[in-house]
Ligand binder design. Sequence first.
Ligand SMILES: Nc1nc2c(ncn2[C@@H]2O[C@H](COP(=O)(O)OP(=O)(O)O)[C@@H](O)[C@H]2O)c(=O)[nH]1
Ligand SMILES: [Mg+2]
Length: 223
Amino acid sequence: MEHHDNRTSGQPGEALDTDPETVEEDGELAALALKILVAGGFGVGKTTLVGAVSEIRPLRTEEQLSEAGELIDDTGGVDQKTTTTVAMDFGRITIRSGLSLYLFGTPGQDRFWFLWDELSQGALGAVVLADTRRLEDCFPAVDYFEHRRIPFVVAVNCFSEARRYGAHDVSRALDLEQGTPVVLCDARDKDSGKEVLIRLVEYAGRVHTARLLESVGPQAGSV
Ligand SMILES: Nc1nc2c(ncn2[C@@H]2O[C@H](COP(=O)(O)OP(=O)(O)O)[C@@H](O)[C@H]2O)c(=O)[nH]1
Ligand SMILES: [Mg+2]
């Protein structure tokens, strides 16, 4: 559990020895928690990303690839991967004081699609991880979020073995709607992962604000 120095220091009238846990529960400083989904194809680095950025020990539900599963899971091009996420990854990151993100790594295989509708309830937005060697693997996730109008950013996990492409090329190859951010990242790196999440929060904030203004627009004009 991480404690944040600025929660207890410098508040007038606040006892210096205040237990940060209590302060957090007291209301004013209670964190706003937003739900973020992390999606993308099998072996693209979802579990790695959630693990790299999470402040809590990430909760994972992995099992050894069973022989039966191996027939279904396409492991071609995915190096040394012996476990697969059957349910989801879960982690938490504090973006700044008072703003935390709860991360839900969605299952990478088609046979777990039914979990997505449940998971996407109330989500601020999503990160779609992509590997340029298997870009088509993230089409289903891109389609899913575009159809449900859930704001997302595409994060290209830059595996060192893969050829580098610019964000613009990836955006074109995926035929993304204009404005959808594409970020290059390293899913193993905490700062890089955090950068992706910040881009998502900023972008989703803009999208949600624009929709809100759109929805109040006509009424505001007629008053
Ligand atoms: N070289 C390299 N390997 C990575 C990177 N991200 C993940 N991996 C490895 O790729 C494999 C699949 O990653 P994982 O996070 O389990 O994928 P998931 O199926 O999307 O959850 C694991 O063995 C990771 O160690 C990366 O950026 N570079
Ligand atoms: Mg995984």
